[in-house]
Design a protein around this ligand. Structure first.
Ligand code: C2O
Ligand code: CU
Ligand code: CU
Length: 478
């Protein structure tokens, strides 16, 4: 079967290969002997360069039903986001944006049910956020129009439909957004998309007879709907051929509710260079990296000594393989990871004018923040523009959660009451923070733009089953 793959550089020089996707076989999830994982090469989502009309960069996207090959000889029903040039059968293209650019991300809903499309991590007005307040009816087009107004980072887009986010994402609706700025372009980092700058959307999915099986029970909603098949960019345990040099991965935990602890099977260390919304000030050496749902990390791993080796990217909480990296080629370009990446603005805790408490609680099927389940007609918090605030989020449950805010990034200042417990790789701009069972976090945040007296932003647990079951609230920036 033909499988279209594109490798596009982040510069204006682009090239497109069509390669056949047949090859070695891997056994699937063990549930059935005659179901064989299909794709053996890591699919690289199309890098979508926009088309320009009147100084505005347009990204034309269509959200639709599709059929995707996870297993040999089986067409799996999925949802996907296609560009006008490239049909996608699972996930969507990577949107490449430049800071300062005017953009219009145009989503046409051909799915046959209501959706919304949220730019996760995007610093945009609430009317352009794609939250539950901007529904797109079937056969309608909605455009997120804004000026890109933030640092280089890896963001993503996904549905945010009231009560339906989890199943819609589970069937394949998600894609990456790469933001570049002058700083990211000047740094000596791997930048060849699909060659040494690799997008990696990590997920786990349950299948039944080769079809996506989304049917969480009460217990799974509570503890997380974790599946037995782990996938990277929509492929089961794929391989990736790379050059013997520094390789950058832009990793998204794209799961519904599974916490991943990642590392390389040979124990090699790597450097985290970016958190959710910006570069870290300096690379942080790690051998394990934990990401809860919706968190991103950019890492650089030096494979210049590994020519001929196969390096396995594993997930250690569930002992699964995500990807095998074959270091098969000589380097054609060298990069040297800088020891300093950026300078981040740090808000002093003494400048905070208030502390806003949030308590995550709930029981089977009913999840709450500060004692309330999500009500789209209720404003839970009003946050004055320009005020420095500390938000304290306490997980009062015996299960894990995380906490995500729209509108802007924050910086973590405490874990469990201690600033020393904030690890070096979390000392950057973030929009999601993992809060294990019975733990708490404090972060410092300031709303800097986009006040709106009517349309709120959301905050919520990004374990999508919890979000859909009510663990979400709304705030106005006034
Ligand atoms: Cu990733 Cu409210 O969203
Ligand atoms: Cu978001
Ligand atoms: Cu949760």
């Amino acid at each position: 079967m033909m499988q279209r793959r594109s490798f596009l550089t982040l510069s204006s020089i682009t090239a497109l290969w069509i390669v056949t996707g047949c090859g070695g076989k891997k056994s699937a999830n063990g549930s059935s002997n005659d179901i064989i994982a299909s794709k053996n090469q890591l699919p690289i989502p199309e890098l979508l360069n926009p088309t320009e009309k009147n100084g505005i960069k347009h990204y034309d996207l269509q959200v639709q039903k599709a059929k995707h090959t996870f297993f040999e000889g089986i067409e799996t029903n999925t949802y996907a986001i296609s560009s006008t040039s490239t049909p996608h059968t699972y996930l969507g293209p990577t949107l490449l944006m430049q800071n300062g650019q005017k953009v219009s991300v145009n989503y046409t809903n051909a799915l046959g049910e209501e959706i919304t499309m949220h730019g996760h991590g995007m610093h945009v007005p609430p009317t352009m956020d794609g939250s539950a307040h901007q529904p797109i009816a079937p056969n309608q087009t909605w455009s997120a129009q804004y000026t890109v107004n933030q640092r280089a980072c890896t963001n993503w887009y996904h549905p945010h439909t009231m009560d339906k986010t989890a199943p819609q994402v589970y069937h394949g609706l998600a894609g990456l957004i790469i933001i570049e700025d002058d700083e990211s372009k000047a740094l000596d980092l791997p930048k060849r998309y699909g060659v040494d700058d690799i997008p990696l959307v990590l997920q786990d999915r349950n299948f039944s007879n080769g079809q996506i099986d989304y049917d969480p029970g009460m217990r799974e909603i509570m503890h997380g709907y974790t599946a037995d098949t782990f996938i990277a960019n929509g492929a089961i345990e794929p391989t990736l051929d790379v050059e013997a040099k520094e390789i950058r991965f832009r990793i998204l935990n794209g799961s519904n509710s599974t916490v991943y602890t990642l590392g390389f099977a040979d124990g090699r260390s790597f450097k985290q260079i970016a958190t959710d919304n910006a570069f870290l000030e300096a690379p942080v050496a790690l051998t394990r990296l934990t990401l809860s749902p919706a968190e991103r990390a950019e890492i650089v791993v030096d494979l210049s000594d590994a020519k001929g080796a196969s390096i396995v990217l594993k997930e250690y909480n569930h002992n699964k393989t995500f990807l095998t990296v074959n270091v098969s080629n000589d380097a054609t370009v060298q990069t040297t990871l800088p020891s300093k990446l950026t300078t981040l603005e740090k808000l002093g805790t003494s400048t905070a004018v208030r502390t806003r408490p949030f308590v995550l609680s709930g029981m089977m099927g009913n999840f709450k923040i500060n004692g309330k389940s999500m009500d789209i007609n209720r404003i839970d918090e009003t946050v004055p523009l320009g005020d420095v605030e500390i938000w304290e989020v306490r997980n009062d449950m015996m299960v894990d959660h995380n906490f995500h805010i729209h509108a802007t990034h924050f910086m973590l200042i405490e874990r469990n009451g201690s600033s020393a417990r904030v690890p070096a790789n979390e000392r950057g701009y973030k929009d999601v923070v993992y809060i294990p069972a019975n733990e708490s976090v404090k972060f410092i945040v300031k709303m800097v733009d986009y006040k709106d007296n009517k349309v709120p932003y959301m905050y919520h647990c990004h374990f999508l089953e919890h979000e859909d079951a009510g663990m979400m609230g709304q705030f106005l920036v006034i």
